[in-house]
Structures are given as C-alpha cells and as structure tokens.
Design a protein around this ligand. Structure first.
Ligand code: ASP
Length: 323
C-alpha cells in the first residue's frame, strides 16, 4: 500500500496542503494568526507583501469555483506572485493530454505552486507526488473529501466572532455526506477543541457512521439547532448525488432550511455561516443570509487572508529549506 504523502517538510512546516488530517493544532493556530494579521477594515487598501515575489502560482480548477479561485488569485498577487488560471476541463485533458503532462508543461514554465481543484479523489495527492522538490501543491477542493483552506477560514471566522472554539456548540446542516467543506470543518474544529459538533441532515445526506468522529447526529433540525453558537449551512451537492430520486426542494426547505424562526431557537448571538454558493430559499432564506447574524461575507473576506497566510507560510518554509 502506498504511504500517505507527507505534507510537512523535515522542519515540520507545510510543503503541500492537501488535507487538514493529522495537522498539529499548533500549526493550525499559527496559520490562523498569520491570516488574522492580514485583516484590514473595509475601505482600507488590502494588505500586500513580498513573500511570493518572483514566484509563479498556477490555479488549475477542474470544477466550477468563484470564491476559492478568485481568492487564491488575489492572495498570490497581493504577495507579489505571477498567477495563471487554467480551466483544465477545457484544455489539455479534453485534448487527451494527461494531467501529469499538463503539470510537467507548467513546471517547465517555472510554476512554483499549483492550486488544484478536482472532482476525482486522490488526484491532488497524485500531482503532489510528481512535482519537483521545490514545487508545492495546495488543494482548492478535492471531490467530497477535503477543502483545507475552507476549513481554516471557517475556523478563523468562528474565532473572530466567538473567541476560542472550546466550549462552543457548532451545528453543520445539510448535505454533509457529499460535502468536502463539512469534512475539513470537522478536522479544523476538532483540532481546535470545539465543545460540541452537531451534524443535521436527512438520512440520505448523513455521512457513513465511521466518519465525523465525535460529532452528534440529528435528523431533526429543530433539535440540532437548539442552543447552538454557530450554524453552518451547506448547499445540496447535486453534482455528487448519484441516487435516482431528486430531492424534493420544497420539503427540504421545510425541514432543513434556515429561517428566522428557526434561528431564534439557537443562542441569541449565534452566527450563521455558508461557504457559498448559496441557494436562497432552499437551504437558507434571504432574510437570514443578509441578516445581522450572518457572517457569510466575512467568510469570503477571510478566504483571501487565509490563502495569503498559507502561501506565505509555504514560501517561508521553502526559503528555510534552501537558504
Ligand atoms: N464552494 C464550496 C465547495 O467548493 C461549497 C459548495 O460548492 O457547495 O465545496
């Protein structure tokens, strides 16, 4: 059996970021602190740095993305890198070139970091095994499996609004079974010692029993939201659902949609999160999505800061390896 790819270098710093599995809580905290330092109040110019001066970052996204791709691009540019965006779906894979040939081609053009999103589990790690020793690979979302920078930015958002995750009750609601966002959130929140993690989903959207260790499962939203500090809503991952029966959207909204009435049963200052893209009127009403308890736009802002933090950390680590 192939050994899992080590993401860390000999100094315990990130060379790649493919999953949050097994990452030391101290390293997660350090990345959150670094992202926190990139925060600027709205209206002020965004922070910039030289950490990636002379570097080239390639965004290879084989699945649709708005926030993740744009934020990786802005993060890299604000740190001084050159950036190329390739829609790999439309390019060489369709022409029959293997993904590895695409990687080798771009590496020959002196790409230093690949940010990859793909619908096939394992592809991102496969790429990381094939790149040169100085090149890093960051996941921009892997199938239903993981979305590490999203997990980090979600943890950062909670920390900013609620402080320490210890003692908090976090409820994740919706299509958890097919959600990489939920899997990475579980990793990040657990590493940071979350008080109670609740999963709310209809039976067909619940993950396998061996997954999400330590989380409590609720089929009833009304039960799972009671007294929560954080309510994180998810989109139905239609592109990953293979069962023939389509979801009855009206019933879904009735049972699993976040409305103002439901939110009123969480803690009074509970925050509402959603990774986007949102289906207003399905998993969340506009009243809640745009309401005073929503931190959804804060998550987007944190996405840029978090990706800057990860890129800057990886660049530092490379400089330390090769002084
Ligand atoms: N944008 C998130 C993701 O890439 C959530 C979603 O698509 O529903 O997984």
């Amino acid at each position: 059996m192939t050994q899992p790819l080590p993401q860390l270098d000999a100094g315990g710093r990130l060379r790649h970021l493919i999953t949050l599995d097994g990452l030391d809580p101290g390293l997660i905290r350090e990345l959150l602190d670094r992202a926190q330092a990139y925060q600027r109040p709205p209206g002020q110019p965004p922070p910039r740095g030289d950490d990636l001066r002379g570097w080239t970052v390639a965004n290879l996204f084989a699945e649709p993305s708005t926030r993740t791709r744009a934020s990786f691009e802005l993060a890299a540019v604000r740190l001084g890198a050159d950036v190329i965006n390739l829609d790999v779906m439309l390019s060489s894979r369709v022409k029959g070139e293997s993904i590895i040939d695409t990687i080798y081609t771009l590496e020959a053009m002196q790409v230093d970091v690949f940010v990859v999103r793909d619908a096939e589990p394992g592809i991102i790690e496969f790429i990381a095994r094939h790149v040169g020793g100085h090149v890093s690979v960051i996941s921009g979302g892997e199938a239903h499996v993981s979305h590490p920078t999203q997990g980090l930015l979600d943890a950062l958002t909670i920390r900013q609004h609620k402080g320490d995750l210890r003692g908090l009750t976090v409820t994740i609601v919706g299509d958890i079974r097919h959600s990489r966002v939920a899997r990475s959130a579980h990793r990040a929140f657990t590493a940071l010692g979350v008080g109670e993690l609740r999963l709310v989903a209809p039976p067909e959207m619940m993950p396998e029993p061996q997954e999400f260790e330590g989380a409590r499962r609720h089929v009833s939203f009304d039960e799972g939201i009671r007294g929560a500090d954080v309510v994180m809503m998810l989109r139905i991952q239609k592109e990953r659902i293979t069962v023939a029966k389509p979801t009855d959207i009206e019933r879904y909204h009735e049972n699993y949609g976040l409305t103002a009435a439901r939110l009123a049963t969480a803690k009074p200052q509970a925050i509402v999160m959603h990774p986007g893209p949102m289906n207003r009127g399905v998993e969340i009403t506009s009243e809640v999505a745009d309401g005073p308890q929503s931190v959804i736009r804060r998550q987007v802002a944190n996405g840029v800061a978090m990706r800057m933090a990860v890129l800057a950390h990886i660049a530092d680590a490379r400089r330390r390896r090769a002084p």
